[in-house]
Design a protein around this ligand. Structure first.
Ligand code: ATP
Ligand code: MG
Length: 410
């Protein structure tokens, strides 16, 4: 039965949805690169996953964390940094929880007891510790020391410790950001001498994986201020729209064999979706994960029948249009004025003449080169456009909103 309880779509923030689409590159990066390398003692950079609102950054890393936990790894919950808060306290508490999972509090070693005590102080006082520096080491050295102990315990157990810090753009305080990046970076790059059976000594890295997620604005702050060190220690990916093929594939389970739900009588039944209903969802959501969940949810609720039809998708979407428009408006209004003006100028031109010169003129720049930095940011930092021979939109919902009647459905 199609009810609220059986609806598998979930257009809310931070959710790992039942109907998952794409992101195979990032999932396999964890499964085939990061985790195996860490287990093998090889060095591996942390991962920074950035993108415009609603592109699925939090969900992606939560899903990676679920895979990790299922494999027996030690994972922190998603550590969301509230705006203006002290991130060191939050991360310190989470590292203490990891230490607990690693069994460190029961260790008799003085070194470990000291590391725990220091991080407890950081968890209680956070950044304010750094202004009373005479009382002990800087918070970052305390955090690194305990992370290293967690890492050693992970080596002994053959697991990985995974730390997920979300909404990193909210770390407003420069000093806090630098303490945090140094603490994590030092733990990631820490090397240990280990003795192999037979007595040979080799160096290995510790199995500590760090994922940072947030809005692209973070890159400016971490990238510009922390410069090369940050870039060497963290690899940044900017998420963009999900491919249509991936969304089609995600819906395939509805088309064939149908999505299994309880039938209300103790058994199960299947809710099916017609091919062209699936195609309509793919078309309406424009590769936006949030809009994909929204379109799916609305279609689900549009009828109680056992088959989801194209008409249901369209009529459901009508009820979601305002929300879909508001989603894109939120992305646009967050942009600095110049970037927004550039996108509007680009959208106003026919696709086949979208070259930098034409767009710059349309946006009112005196010289083409003046538009260079803005267009570069929209491409490399935000992933909203692609600067090929012709400029194109990578954020297809932004494109649709600026160039057509979308989200209106016929
Ligand atoms: N790969 C995916 N397949 C299907 N749905 C997804 C996928 N990733 C995310 N979603 C859905 O998209 C919505 C937004 O995801 P999420 O909250 O992770 O985005 P975000 O990038 O973290 O947004 P914000 O910048 O607002 O924090 C959620 O409803 C989530 O279920
Ligand atoms: Mg998020």
């Amino acid at each position: 039965m199609r009810t609220a309880q059986t609806n598998p779509f979930s257009p809310g923030a931070d959710i790992v949805p039942d109907v998952w689409a794409g992101r195979t590159e990032q999932l396999s990066d964890w499964r085939d690169v990061v985790r195996p390398r860490l287990i093998a003692g090889l060095p591996e950079r942390g991962r920074t996953i950035l993108g415009e609102p609603g592109l699925g950054k939090s969900s992606l890393v939560r899903r990676i964390a679920q895979h990790a936990a299922a494999a027996g790894d030690w994972v922190t919950p998603q550590l969301r940094i509230p705006s203006g808060s002290d991130p060191l306290k939050l991360v310190a508490s989470a590292v203490l929880a990891l230490a607990e999972e690693a069994g460190l509090p029961s260790s008799r070693e003085r070194r470990i007891a000291q590391a725990l005590a220091r991080v407890q102080t950081v968890a209680a006082s956070g950044l304010s510790l750094t202004v009373r520096a005479q009382e002990g080491p800087e918070p970052h050295t305390a955090l690194t020391a305990l992370l290293v102990e967690v890492g050693r315990a992970a080596v002994a157990r053959g697991t990985v410790a995974l730390i997920h810090i979300d909404e990193v753009q909210n770390i407003a305080d420069e000093h806090a950001l630098s303490q945090l990046l140094i603490a994590l970076g030092d733990a990631i790059t820490h090397e240990e001498a280990v003795e192999l059976p037979g007595g040979a000594k080799v160096r290995r890295s510790l199995p500590i994986a760090v994922y940072l997620t947030g809005l692209p604005d973070f890159e400016d702050r971490a990238g510009a201020h922390k410069g090369a060190t940050f870039a060497r220690r963290f690899k940044t990916t900017v998420l963009t729209a999900i491919d249509d093929e991936d969304i089609t594939a995600a819906l395939h389970g509805f088309v064939l064999p149908g999505w299994e739900v309880p039938d209300g009588d103790g058994g199960t039944t299947r809710i099916r979706m017609e091919d062209d209903a699936a195609a309509a969802i793919v078309d309406l959501c424009r590769g936006e994960p949030f809009l994909f969940q929204l379109a799916g949810e609305r279609a689900w609720y549009a009828s109680r029948a056992a088959v989801i039809t194209r008409e249901q998708v369209v009529s459901g979407w009508r009820g979601a249009q305002r929300e879909a428009a508001a989603h894109v408006e939120r992305i646009l209004t967050r942009l600095p004025q110049r970037e927004r003006a550039f996108l509007e100028a680009m959208a106003a031109l026919p696709a086949r003449v979208r070259k930098l010169g034409r767009i710059a003129a349309e946006a009112g720049y005196a010289k083409t080169t003046d538009a260079g930095p803005t267009s570069q940011r929209l491409d490399t930092v935000r992933g909203i456009i692609d600067r090929g021979k012709l400029y194109t939109f990578r954020h297809r919902a932004v494109e649709a909103y600026l160039t057509s009647d979308w989200p209106r459905a016929e």
